[in-house]
Structure formats: C-alpha cells, structure tokens
Design a protein around this ligand. Structure first.
Ligand SMILES: NC(=O)C1=CN([C@@H]2O[C@H](COP(=O)(O)OP(=O)(O)OC[C@H]3O[C@@H](n4cnc5c(N)ncnc54)[C@H](OP(=O)(O)O)[C@@H]3O)[C@@H](O)[C@H]2O)C=CC1
Ligand SMILES: N[C@@H](CC=O)C(=O)O
Length: 414
C-alpha cells in the first residue's frame, strides 16, 4: 500500500481529500497499486471528519516516515513550504504542489533536487487550477518551439471583472464573493495587484523557454485602477478588458513578459472567457495557436489537478521525469519592459476639446478617438504602436500640456 501525506487542509487540501476518497478505486487501478493518505498536516484541528484521526501538527513525522512516498504541499507561501518540500525531495519522496508562489520562486532548484534524488516535483495545479496546461506544454507540445504564451491566468480577477461589468457589482462585493467561493489567495492583493498571474506566467515561460523567469523580472500591473468608464470605452471600441499575462520568445534570446490589464477585441478567443474561467493561448511553431480553457480556481477543479499529479508521481516512482528548466541566478531572462512595443488606450479629461485634440495629434499622430454617452469633458483614444519608453514620454508630455491622463490600458491583438 503506497502512503501519501497532505500538508495543508484549506480550500485545496480539503478538496484533495474529497476527490481522493471519492475516486480512490479508479485511481488505484490507474496507478497499478493500492494507495492511502496516512497524514494530513495542518495547524488547526478538524474534528468530525471521516479522516480526523489522520491529522498531525509535526512535519517531522512526514519527513522521517519511510512509508510516505508522495507528499502533497497545499499550504501556500514560501515559508515553511520551501524547506518542507526540499526536505521531502531530499528524503526520496515525490512532491506535488499547487503553490505557484513556491514554483515561481524556487522551481528550478526544486526540480534539480528532485532529479538528483530520482523523485518528482509536479505542479500541474499551480497554473490554471483544473486546466491541464503544465503537462501538455511539457509533453504533448514538445515537438514545437513555443514562441508565445498569453492568457487569463487569475480566476479571482476575471470573476471580479465579470461581476462588475455584467451585474454592476462593486469591486469590494465581487472580491468578497470570490473569497467566499475559495478562489482568492490568502492575501487577495496577490490576485488584484497581478502578482498571482505574474507567478503563473513565470512558470509557463520557464517551462516553455527552458530558463527560469523570476517574478521580479516581470513588469506587473493589477486591476485596481480600472473604472467602469474604461469598460464603457472598451465596449465602444469593440472589446473587453481582461487581466492578461503574456510571455514571448525574442530573437535576441531574451523573453518579453508582462502582466497587465488589456483591451482585447470581441473576436479574440480570450474575450468571452468569463467568471472564474481561465484560458491560456500557446503559440507553437508547428501547431499554431492552441487554447486551454477551464476553471482556473476553486476547491474541486484544483484538487483534480493535484490528485492527477499524485497518480502520476506514483506511476513514475523511482524515476525522475524530464520536467525541468535551467536556473538563471542573474535574473536576466526578461528584456527590460521599456523596450517592448505597445499600443495604448488612453483616457483624458479636458477644458477645451480643440486644444486637447491638438496636443494629442502633436504627440501621438493619428489616433482613433472613442466616445461614451454623457462624457462632455473627457474622451479616450487608441494610439499607434511605439515603445513603452516613448509611450511614457508622450503621456508625460500630455500631462505637462495641462491634459490630465485619467487612465491607460494596453491594447492587445490575441
Ligand atoms: N484556492 C484556489 O482556488 C487555488 C489555490 N492554489 C494554491 O494552493 C495553495 C493552497 O491554497 P488554499 O487551499 O486556497 O489556501 P488555504 O489558506 O485555504 O489553505 C492553506 C492551509 O494550510 C494550512 N497551513 C498553512 N501553513 C501551515 C503550516 N506551516 N503547517 C501546517 N499547515 C499550514 C492553513 O492553516 P491555517 O488556516 O490554520 O493557517 C490552511 O488550512 C496556495 O499556494 C494557493 O495559491 C492554487 C490553485 C487554486
Ligand atoms: N487565486 C487564484 C487561485 C488559483 O490559482 C486565482 O484566483 O486564480
């Protein structure tokens, strides 16, 4: 009987126990062996559950128990998750995690340690919740050079944007509901400020381009500056606003990577991805575009990915898969973002329309103006393409000419 330990009994951890015991017989058939969960590590007690006798508070019991072959880390955060996971790998136990913060910060190192000890470090649930994306990228698309990845990578922010736009719900109410439903991070700033999407694009980019992309390298903006006026202008333009994480291989060998809100046209495959759903577009040189879609957060979808990794770890016992990428201690995989090319939606206010338009045309050349009903002292426009550096200079110059910039959002053509 193969024994498993689960560290963390929160939203995902409790889902792992639920899915495991519900579908255990079928999974045992697929894994080719009997399996059981021996320990559940958590800080709290959980009386009244059918598996309440399995709870422990001392990690050493897991680390020092040779019966435990696979450990699931679903506590979140870096400390103590990193040291626990490393200890388990060094002790010859495979580890499965949903913790994107851990993989984005320490993935290269933990994959190396796993490989050195002939065990596996799997993290399918760390990107896209229940959507299979890590394994397809690593295995099914292996014949491709991956040129670009872009997607809606955070369920909470997509849920908030959908609720605000479709139901007129306030930002705070929509966030509170996402928390209630178990979608948000323990500190939801990670969701709304874009850090969670940043961690996920780092994991995908590291896997696709073979070199660790660290979150500190990636320019990241969240959704907190967006307004319902922006949404109206986006509609007038023919699109919607989504929080997009993206990474692109550059001829220089560097990677262009960023997380930011973006206007995407209504004809984009990403435009109709709503609520807690995520979508990841992968551009391969043989396949062209492939889009992965599904629930990006929540107890059971995430647990599904974790438990599938457990079964794979059991099947791959005593061998380490080729899942890995090079470390990059210099943290210089990503090109400085001021060199990226960008097209921008800009919203301005004015006292004098003719004067404002003259300034806009002087600084940006031909632009596409956008209007919304009832907006007498403000307007928006879509710029042409220039570098982020030039865009910043032009926006600063606009403000210096007495035209306040109320908002700016990148325009993407995925
Ligand atoms: N929720 C989701 O939809 C998804 C979450 N994830 C990721 O999965 C991980 C877990 O998320 P989630 O389940 O939502 O988080 P929760 O906060 O709901 O669960 C974490 C659990 O781990 C426990 N825990 C924390 N630190 C320790 C420790 N040192 N020792 C023992 N137990 C500990 C917590 O206990 P206590 O509450 O007492 O502190 C809590 O019960 C995170 O990395 C998250 O980013 C990934 C995909 C989707
Ligand atoms: N907070 C995350 C959870 C899944 O990764 C999200 O909302 O996407």
């Amino acid at each position: 009987m193969l024994k498993i330990a689960v560290m963390g009994h929160g939203v995902v951890g409790s889902g792992v126990l639920e899915v495991f015991y519900k579908n255990r017989a079928a999974m045992e058939r697929k894994a080719g062996t009997e399996m059981d969960i021996k320990y559940v590590l958590d800080l709290r007690d959980f009386p009244g559950l059918p598996y309440s006798d399995k709870f422990i508070k001392d990690f050493e019991l897991i680390a020092n128990d040779p019966e435990i072959r696979v450990v699931v880390e679903v506590m979140g955060g870096l400390d103590p998750a990193f040291s626990y996971v490393k200890r388990c790998l060094e002790a010859g136990k495979s580890v499965v995690t949903s913790n994107k913060e851990l993989v984005a910060a320490k993935g290269a190192e933990l994959l190396r340690v796993a490989n050195e000890h002939d065990v596996n470090f799997f993290f399918e649930a760390s990107v896209g919740g229940g959507i299979p994306i890590i394994r397809p990228l690593h295995a099914c698309l292996v014949a491709n050079q991956i040129d670009e990845i872009a997607g809606i990578l955070n369920g909470t922010t997509n849920f908030i944007l959908t609720k605000m736009i479709r139901e007129g719900m306030s930002f705070d109410d929509a966030l509170a509901l996402a928390q209630q439903l178990g979608y948000a991070e323990r500190n939801p700033a990670a969701d709304v400020e874009g850090f969670d999407a940043c961690r996920k694009i780092c994991i995908l980019a590291s896997l696709a381009f073979g070199r660790h992309v660290y979150p500190e390298e990636v320019h990241t903006e969240g959704i907190t500056q967006l307004t319902l006026e922006d949404v109206e202008y986006a509609r007038a333009w023919g699109g919607v606003i989504k929080l997009i994480g993206r990474a692109k291989r550059l001829p220089s060998g560097k990677v262009e990577a960023m997380v930011s809100p973006a206007l995407v046209g209504n004809d984009s495959q990403l435009a109709s991805v709503d609520d807690v759903f995520n979508a990841v577009l992968v551009r391969g040189d043989a396949t062209g575009d492939v889009v992965f879609y599904g629930k990006g957060a929540g107890k059971l979808p995430t647990a599904s990915a974790v438990v599938a990794d457990v079964v794979d770890a059991v099947k791959a016992q005593h061998s380490s898969t080729s899942l890995r990428w090079e470390d990059n201690p210099a943290h210089d995989t990503v090109q400085g973002y001021f060199d990226n090319e960008v097209r921008m939606y800009v919203r301005i206010s004015y006292d004098n329309f003719d004067k404002a338009m003259r300034a806009v045309v002087d600084l940006f050349g031909g632009v596409k103006p956008l209007y919304r009903s009832g907006s007498e002292d403000e307007m928006a426009f879509i710029t042409g393409v220039c570098t982020e550096r030039e865009m910043t200079q032009r926006l600063d110059a606009l403000a210096a000419r007495g035209i306040p910039v109320l908002g700016k959002i990148r325009v993407l053509d995925y």
